[in-house]
Design a protein around this ligand. Structure first.
Ligand SMILES: Cc1cc2nc3c(=O)[nH]c(=O)nc-3n(C[C@H](O)[C@H](O)[C@H](O)COP(=O)(O)O)c2cc1C
Length: 251
């Protein structure tokens, strides 16, 4: 795909009349890939992806991360099985409307408690994905040949979760630039509920299992475009008392 800044990009990105440079192209053309070929990526390529993550900026240069590369098909299959089990358990409690009166009476208060305790995890999109996973209609790890777990060191400065996001984004962009596909798998959090996975994957204090990324060679049947919202951006260019100027970004 050849993007030029003077035409509307597939993401509806604002155009500036200059050709997109190679970095911008990688950013704009990357998509989450949820269908992978079974063969693994070469180790050298995985190391280059990790290197892009290692060089990410972080608050106070604390680099609050530790990487775990999971290539073993047996381990990935076991992670998938256990994540699906927890998704089913969650859905048993959360999807209380499906059950009879007795189940509803027991599970509804628990579901409300979960939603209070985990408002971000149980937001509509992850909730729908969780429901599909519990019904066996979607995989958690997308049958990827490589999972990179980015453990978050909770001793990081300020907000280590942001550093993890920056680090992972460097990795997915590096992967895309080399022709590999990737998909963030926030649902690796499902494995937190198993002491054995926390132990095996090294997710013990100070490390926290928050995010992972699936990597592999994309299949041609990869997902299509996901739309981006037009942003109304506030520009402040005059004095402190001058009103801002609003501009539509994208679309
Ligand atoms: C922190 C984070 C966690 C995510 N977790 C998942 C996940 O568990 N499963 C999944 O299929 N996609 C996951 N995604 C991918 C998003 O759904 C995807 O980035 C979004 O729909 C935009 O699509 P695009 O990446 O193709 O541009 C995650 C993305 C981010 C940034």
């Amino acid at each position: 795909m050849n993007l030029h800044a003077n035409e509307s990009s597939p993401t509806g990105t604002y155009a500036e009349g200059m050709p997109w440079n190679p970095v911008e192209r990688v950013i704009l053309e990357r998509r989450s890939i949820r269908s992978f070929r079974p063969e693994p990526l070469p180790d050298g390529m995985i190391r280059r992806i990790l290197e892009a993550g290692r060089f990410a900026p972080s608050a106070g240069n604390m680099q609050p991360w530790r990487f775990v590369v999971i290539k073993s098909p047996e381990i990935i299959a076991a992670m998938e099985r256990d994540a699906v089990r927890i998704a089913r358990l969650f859905m048993f409690f959360l999807d209380y409307a499906r059950g009879g009166r007795v189940r509803r009476a027991i599970t509804m208060p628990l579901a409300k408690l979960f939603i209070r305790l985990l408002p971000n995890e149980l937001h509509a999109p992850p909730f729908m994905l969780l429901s599909q996973i519990a019904q066996g209609r979607a995989p958690v790890f997308h049958n990827a040949p490589v999972i990179v777990l980015i453990l978050e060191d909770r001793r990081g400065v300020s907000c280590p979760a942001v550093d993890i996001g920056v680090c992972g984004q460097n990795m997915v962009l590096a992967a895309h630039s080399m022709g590999a596909g990737s998909c963030w798998i926030g649902l690796i959090k499902l494995l937190r509920y198993y002491p054995k996975w926390r132990r095996r994957l090294g997710a013990r204090y100070p490390y926290h299992m928050n995010e992972s990324i699936a990597f592999g060679w994309p299949r041609p049947t990869a997902d299509g475009l996901v739309p981006r919202e037009v942003q109304i951006v506030e520009w402040r260019e005059g004095g402190p008392d001058d009103p801002p100027r609003y501009e539509r970004q994208g679309g």
